[in-house]
Design a protein. Structure first.
Ligand SMILES: *[C@@H]1O[C@H](CO)[C@@H](O)[C@H](O)[C@H]1NC(C)=O
Ligand SMILES: *[C@@H]1O[C@H](CO)[C@@H](O)[C@H](O)[C@H]1NC(C)=O
Ligand SMILES: *[C@@H]1O[C@H](CO)[C@@H](O)[C@H](O)[C@H]1NC(C)=O
Ligand SMILES: *[C@@H]1O[C@H](CO)[C@@H](O)[C@H](O)[C@H]1NC(C)=O
Ligand SMILES: *[C@@H]1O[C@H](CO)[C@@H](O)[C@H](O)[C@H]1NC(C)=O
Ligand SMILES: *[C@@H]1O[C@H](CO)[C@@H](O)[C@H](O)[C@H]1NC(C)=O
Ligand SMILES: *[C@@H]1O[C@H](CO)[C@@H](O)[C@H](O)[C@H]1NC(C)=O
Ligand SMILES: *[C@@H]1O[C@H](CO)[C@@H](O)[C@H](O)[C@H]1NC(C)=O
Length: 416
């Protein structure tokens, strides 16, 4: 096992390439190594208590406001969830306002498709606003009004009318709450079909309304999805599922892009610092211990671990940025940090036979020392996004396929 891993790392290290980019249209040099696969071998089961809340169709993005409330999107509605007790309770389901209905302003013209609806979400740092990625950009929620189930909970939208895409999927808010970076998964004709990060600056008015200005976009590789700030917020790491340097989607790596946040705010097109070829269909990323970027490689059933400091440097030789890889269950997408653990949502989204769904629980310290296999907490069908409570005691899992929000007691991780 160790030998197998060592040779695998050597292969990837030998081919991982960082390009210094003067222009945003350069692409990473193709690397020949493929490690895509279908279903992962069975995991050891990690037993944990759990309770589910049935919410219906397609729950996706999920986040805790505090230990008492969480928000989740359910197709085109926002669920406010009472998490005071371990078993989550639905407080209110706020439906889609007519403005955002299919075929209208937000570009959601294919509502039955998996690609549309409300997707990932994130809070402003002061927690007064919740930004929900959808269609052309985002819907902005006033969290206080949402908890009070008021009908005026939607306080704004971010939209460039599809200029750089109509498939917004994930977003980040700068620490000063002034800029929003949105992943446009499939881009538009203006991006030549490449994915992009779109940039808006926002101001909250006294009446709670949030207004915005469009600042532009930076085109990246294809199918641009996950994003995460470096721990000092000066860089934004973004993963795109595919490079385009070869004709076949089966013969091409994903791309990890490093963006300069100061430039992203002012001149987005000049923000790209570096691109690194990575894995197979990288989907989401998160930072653990402030030093490493953990990337779910969806179609490789693995997580790649990168040295964040080295990613941030302007380096011409990046053979040593990949520091570890670990195995997960089948088709991992969502990722979250719980203390010294990284959790992945092993989605089995392609319904491979003989595959399990669940949450792999990775000990970050032992993973960095070379451990590759970790146990999995079983879940329902298609776990997609994860949220860890501020107390660290509970994990919420959105089960996109099963139509449930599952609460998992992870307090035992603190004692391991
Ligand atoms: C999602 O919501 C849209 C808009 O209301 C609706 O047309 C569609 O049927 C819903 N999809 C599912 C799977 O519930
Ligand atoms: C966005 O930033 C520009 C330039 O700093 C400023 O003029 C504009 O008022 C800002 N827009 C919003 C909505 O904050
Ligand atoms: C990849 O993208 C570059 C830059 O946009 C473009 O010039 C090239 O034609 C694309 N290649 C393929 C195979 O799509
Ligand atoms: C890619 O691989 C999948 C699974 O093996 C296969 O079904 C598909 O036809 C391949 N696509 C191409 C373009 O080779
Ligand atoms: C990176 O370093 C090269 C060579 O020193 C320089 O030309 C380039 O401008 C630098 N790029 C960034 C983004 O700092
Ligand atoms: C990159 O670094 C590796 C390992 O330190 C070294 O073997 C290789 O020659 C370097 N490549 C370049 C282009 O400098
Ligand atoms: C997987 O199975 C579910 C439930 O039967 C179905 O809704 C979904 O479309 C399937 N997904 C794929 C990729 O086949
Ligand atoms: C399912 O997986 C198990 C464990 O890897 C294996 O022994 C078994 O042959 C597989 N069954 C099928 C139908 O692929």
């Amino acid at each position: 096992m160790a030998g197998c891993r060592a040779s695998w790392i050597a292969t990837v290290a030998a081919v991982a390439i960082m390009l210094l980019l003067g222009a945003a249209n350069a692409v990473p040099t193709r690397y020949p190594s493929l490690r895509c696969s279908t279903n992962a071998p069975p995991r050891n089961i990690l037993k944990a208590n759990s309770e589910t809340l049935r919410v219906g169709n397609r729950p996706w993005g999920i986040a805790y406001l505090n230990d008492d409330y969480a928000f989740a999107v359910v197709n085109f509605s926002l669920a406010v969830i009472d998490t005071t007790n371990f078993k989550p309770k639905l407080r209110v389901l706020i439906p889609l306002p007519p403005l955002f209905a299919p075929g209208t302003d937000m570009g959601n013209d294919d509502p039955m498709s998996d690609g549309y609806g409300y997707r990932e979400l994130t809070f402003s740092h002061d927690k007064y606003n919740l930004y929900i990625a959808t269609g052309y950009g985002a819907v902005i929620i006033d969290t206080v009004r949402a908890i009070q189930a008021r009908t005026n909970a939607v306080v704004g939208t971010l939209s460039s009318n599809g200029y750089a895409g109509r498939s917004a999927i994930e977003l980040s808010v700068t620490p000063d709450d002034k800029y929003i970076f949105i992943s446009q998964e499939f881009g538009s004709d203006n991006t030549e079909g490449r994915g992009a990060i779109e940039v808006f600056n926002v101001t909250r008015l006294d009446d709670g309304t949030v207004i915005s200005s469009y600042r532009g976009y930076v085109p990246l590789a294809y199918a641009t999805v996950g994003q995460k700030f470096s721990s000092d917020y000066t860089k934004l790491f973004v993963v795109s599922e595919i490079d385009n340097t070869t004709a076949s989607v089966n013969d091409t790596a994903g791309v990890l892009s490093v963006l300069d946040v100061a430039k992203l705010r002012r001149t987005p097109k000049q923000a790209l610092i570096a691109e690194i070829a990575t894995g197979c269909r990288p989907s989401r990323c998160d930072m653990a211990d402030g030093k490493h970027l953990w990337v779910t490689e969806r179609d490789a059933n693995q997580v790649s671990v990168f040295d964040a400091e080295k990613l941030m440097g302007n380096r011409t030789n990046a053979t040593d940025v990949l520091v570890a890889t670990v195995n997960t269950g089948t088709s991992p997408i969502g990722i979250a940090v719980a203390g010294g653990y990284i959790l992945t949502a092993d989605s089995n989204r392609f319904n491979y036979t003989n595959a399990t769904t669940g949450v792999t629980v990775v000990n970050t310290a032992t993973a960095l020392l070379g451990e590759v296999d970790f146990p999995q907490i079983p879940t329902g069908e298609f776990p997609r996004s994860l949220a860890v409570s501020p107390s660290g005691n509970t994990l919420l899992v959105s089960e996109f396929g099963a139509g449930n929000i599952r609460a998992v007691d992870i307090s035992f991780l603190k004692k391991l």
